[in-house]
Design a protein around this ligand. Structure first.
Ligand SMILES: [Fe+2]
Length: 205
């Protein structure tokens, strides 16, 4: 089955839109929408994103705010997800359980654009933070890895992920994806095709 992915291009400013750099407002909004544990993860992801941005000369403020917001839609109800999916005419397949990982990221990107006026690059990093693609740019990579190290329950075999990431971001992505692939294969599953392409291209470099 071929899934078509949307691209955030429409800029929608309405009276509820807040300044995308208004970190306090983004924090308060995220806090209202996710459970306490997830909110703590969002804060840790923001911190990790800022640290990686500093290391790799990316705008720390942008990385921090995207890190805070990346899971904004993760605790949305099925009804809420459907409402956003209908509004933006996302493919119906994405509402199925096997695409759970994709849909919260897709909806999160849309929500952040609508409510906070996040730009295309910021929305892209949110959209691809769970299932990355071959076109990953620096902010995408920062948010992807920040999401994995910005937590208190890092698995034993990924304890050195932060250290690797601060040394070489691509190597950290390879390390994470290879472990994820091994785990999925134990259950007769695999990474999404777009992520397999990314892994293969990173390993070639
Ligand atoms: Fe996350």
């Amino acid at each position: 089955m071929k899934i078509h992915f949307f691209f955030v291009t429409k800029t929608c400013y309405n009276k509820h839109v807040i300044n995308m750099y208004d970190i306090e407002n983004v924090k308060q909004t995220v806090k209202k929408l996710v459970n306490e544990e997830r909110y703590n993860h969002c804060l840790l992801t923001g911190d990790a994103a800022k640290e990686l941005a500093k290391k790799y000369n990316y705008d720390e403020k942008i990385a921090y705010i995207v890190g805070i917001a990346h899971d904004i839609a993760k605790d949305f109800s099925k009804e809420e997800i459907k409402k956003w999916a209908d509004k933006y005419q996302l493919p119906k397949e994405l509402l199925k359980d096997n695409y759970k990982q994709l849909i919260h990221a897709d909806i999160g990107a849309i929500v952040c654009q609508e409510w906070f006026g996040f730009n295309t690059a910021m929305c892209r990093a949110i959209k691809y933070h769970t299932v990355p693609d071959e076109e990953m740019n620096l902010l995408d990579k920062i948010i992807f890895i920040a999401d994995k190290i910005g937590r208190t329950d890092i698995p034993e075999d990924l304890k050195d992920l932060k250290e690797v990431a601060l040394n070489n971001l691509d190597e950290a992505i390879i390390l994470f994806l290879e472990k994820q692939q091994i785990m999925l294969k134990k259950h007769n599953r695999d990474l999404f095709p777009r992520t397999i392409k990314l892994l293969e291209s990173l390993k070639k470099e």
